[in-house]
Design a protein around this ligand. Structure first.
Ligand code: MLT
Length: 278
């Protein structure tokens, strides 16, 4: 556990010094491990860094990270996650990277585009959206936050072990349900509550997409019920230099349901970002 408000930063792969690193941001309510299958398929010369977002995995809590980045510890925010990632990368000597996030990680990546654009040499948006929550979704999140804190356990989000998978894999891949179960049970109720409050408060960043002129990648599972294909097409249309990958027979967790197309898209994105920077 880090004690200075810096996030736990896992080096999933150590590549050739000087090549552009890839930073992968995990979804809710799990941790960096949801990127391991994709990392295994990336070319060996790439460094891959995976922070655990505040409170998840072995990272310090949201309020601790907020204090470290000079924000109000009483306010949960996706921007605190983004500032924490940026500070952690800079402390590790990373000044520029391709940043890819899945779902909640995508909300953080978009916040980084807004707040730390100099760091973002390429943008990967995986099974995510740029819009804010509507009132019903916000109320559901805040109810879950209250519930997990009252229960002192994460049972209220345990259903996500199946709901994040596509209908095909919910039945065909009990191994994935098992992995999701293990990862969800490893997280604490205060992390889950803080992240729900942070996501409930996130702004609409749709208009930001058109302002990002670096290379970008949008990935979506064709069976994603949380951030569906139409949403991904809309984001890809708005991004000036975007590659869209629709992953067959996968839901909201493409990184574990079908890692090969995700890895191929990210490899292309790294090459495009390097070409754009040269
Ligand atoms: C995730 O996978 O990170 C969640 O679906 C994000 C969310 O709840 O909006």
């Amino acid at each position: 556990m880090t004690t200075d408000g810096m996030l736990a930063l896992h080096t999933l792969r150590r590549g050739v010094p000087g090549s552009l690193p890839l930073v992968v941001l995990h979804g809710f309510p799990v941790d960096h491990r949801m990127w391991l299958d994709v990392t295994d398929l990336l070319p060996g010369e790439r460094t891959v860094l995976a922070p655990d977002l505040p409170g998840f995995g072995t990272s310090p809590s949201g309020p601790d990270v907020a204090v470290a980045v000079g924000a109000d510890p009483a306010v949960a925010s996706v921007d605190v996650m983004a500032d924490g990632v940026a500070a952690t990368l800079r402390a590790a000597g990373v000044e520029r990277a391709v940043v890819a996030g899945l779902s909640m990680g995508g909300y953080v990546a978009l916040s980084m585009v807004e707040r730390h654009r100099d760091l973002v040499a390429g943008l990967g948006l995986v099974d995510t959206k740029a819009t804010a929550d509507d009132d019903d979704a916000r109320a559901r999140r805040l109810a879950i936050a209250r519930q997990v804190l009252a229960d002192k356990r994460v049972e209220a989000v345990y259903g996500m072990r199946t709901s994040v998978l596509g209908p095909t894999n919910r039945v065909a891949r009990p191994d994935l349900v098992e992995r999701m179960s293990e990862w969800i049970r490893d997280q604490g109720p205060s992390a889950v509550a803080w992240a729900q409050e942070a996501m409930a408060a996130r702004p609409d960043r749709t208009e930001l997409l058109a302002t990002y002129d670096g290379p970008s990648l949008v990935v979506v599972g064709e069976e994603d019920e949380i951030a569906p294909v139409d949403v991904a097409r809309g984001m890809s249309y708005k991004l000036p230099d975007s590659d869209l990958v629709i992953v067959p027979r996968a839901g909201h967790m493409t990184s574990i349901e079908s890692p090969q197309p995700v890895a191929s898209g990210l490899s292309r994105l790294l090459r495009r970002a390097e070409a754009a920077g040269s």
